[in-house]
Design a protein around this ligand. Structure first.
Ligand SMILES: CC(C)(CNC(=O)c1ccc(Oc2ccccc2)cc1)c1ccc2c(N)nc(N)nc2n1
Length: 323
């Protein structure tokens, strides 16, 4: 086997290990095995620099820091979600949809991740660009920073061209550890994981982003070459391509099932390793989504149920009032 074949073989193996570890949370090999292969790949690429490609696992932490972020216009706008706040409004939302369609339909209920909305562009299966939501039409190009997120595949399992929407977030444990480090260096603390994720992705130096243990869930597709006829089918296709989808997504046939899902996660969200600030409800079938269409800035086929904001109880402990 020549160097080029061995390099391709190691890259595919390391991409599979990353998917198992960061997306499925079910590693099949110990870290030492991953590290050994990464060392071998780095040596081979050092001997053959002409074989280095952007999708190599060795290229995750970018080049020199940027001067500024360039602006990016999304191929499709990144829309915002209307809100519903209680059971009555949820029942009204479902009734309005089924009146408009003139029949019942099926829904998908998803967790609403409390991070930074992003758009990922893949061409022929390779990650080529990532951007913040911005104002929904124009965002900032943060490709170099997003490449450092290990749950983000630099190469898909098939050569699809697709623009994907998702949320970059900081797991609760990484947030706690980051603030402990900052407190020990007497630096200002981040107020919550969302601010910490946003601050980490707005770094011009991607090596700082790489140190922040960010992760990612994808929750929608923009322009794409997929064959999916529904949102749930599209998400299954994204998962099979190696993109991180959330395991708690659930199809619902009735408003009762939607309400049960919301009741469950209202209680169970404290047990999640990441913060969520609500539940997103979507009509599943794309033909029904198209029939329902959009208002000026958000889809009629989706809405967000927001959890009541938690009172932030600041324990006033050993505050030195004497100063
Ligand atoms: C539903 C959508 C708004 C994404 N969808 C879009 O952005 C979108 C964009 C153009 C679309 O089609 C158009 C095509 C041409 C013109 C206008 C729209 C359709 C959907 C959304 C927004 C935020 C979400 C969130 N925080 N968590 C989860 N779990 N899901 C979410 N889903």
């Amino acid at each position: 086997m020549d160097a080029s074949q061995r390099i391709d073989e190691i890259r595919q193996t390391l991409n599979r290990y990353s998917y198992e570890y960061y997306v499925l949370d079910q590693p099949t090999v110990p870290d030492a095995t991953y590290d050994q292969l990464l060392r071998e790949l780095t040596e081979l690429e050092t001997e053959h620099p002409e074989l280095i490609t952007p999708d190599s696992p060795t290229q995750r932490v970018g080049a020199a820091p940027l001067e500024a972020f360039e602006k990016v216009t999304h191929d499709l706008p990144m829309l915002s979600l209307g809100n519903v706040f209680d059971e009555t409004e949820i029942r009204e939302w479902v009734a309005r949809i089924e009146r408009s369609l003139g029949r019942s339909t099926t829904y998908v209920a998803e967790l609403k991740f409390d991070g930074l909305a992003i758009s990922l562009k893949y061409e022929d299966g390779r990650f080529v660009r990532g951007a913040t939501r911005g104002d929904g039409t124009v965002g900032e190009n943060i490709t170099q920073n997003l490449r450092t997120i290990k749950a983000l595949p630099l190469r898909l399992q098939a050569e699809e061209t697709v623009e994907v929407r998702g949320e970059a977030y900081m797991p609760k444990q990484s947030f706690e550890r980051l603030n402990e480090d900052r407190a020990s260096r007497e630096e200002t603390l981040f107020a919550n994981p969302r601010n910490a994720a946003a601050g980490s992705l707005r770094q011009l130096d991607s090596s700082i982003t790489a140190s922040r243990n960010l992760s990612l869930f994808v929750y929608g597709v923009g322009v794409n070459t997929l064959t999916a006829r529904s949102h749930s089918e599209a998400m299954a296709q994204l998962a099979s391509l190696g993109l991180p989808t959330n395991q708690h997504m659930q199809t619902c046939e009735t408003v009762e099932e939607i309400l049960a899902y919301i009741a469950h996660w209202t209680e169970a969200r404290a047990s999640l390793p990441y913060e969520i600030d609500g539940i997103v409800l979507k009509v599943d079938r794309y033909d029904d989504q198209e029939e329902l269409g959009f208002t000026a800035k958000s889809p009629r086929f989706a809405t967000a149920y927001k959890f009541a904001a938690e009172e932030v109880m600041t324990t006033v402990e050993d505050v030195d009032f004497s100063v």
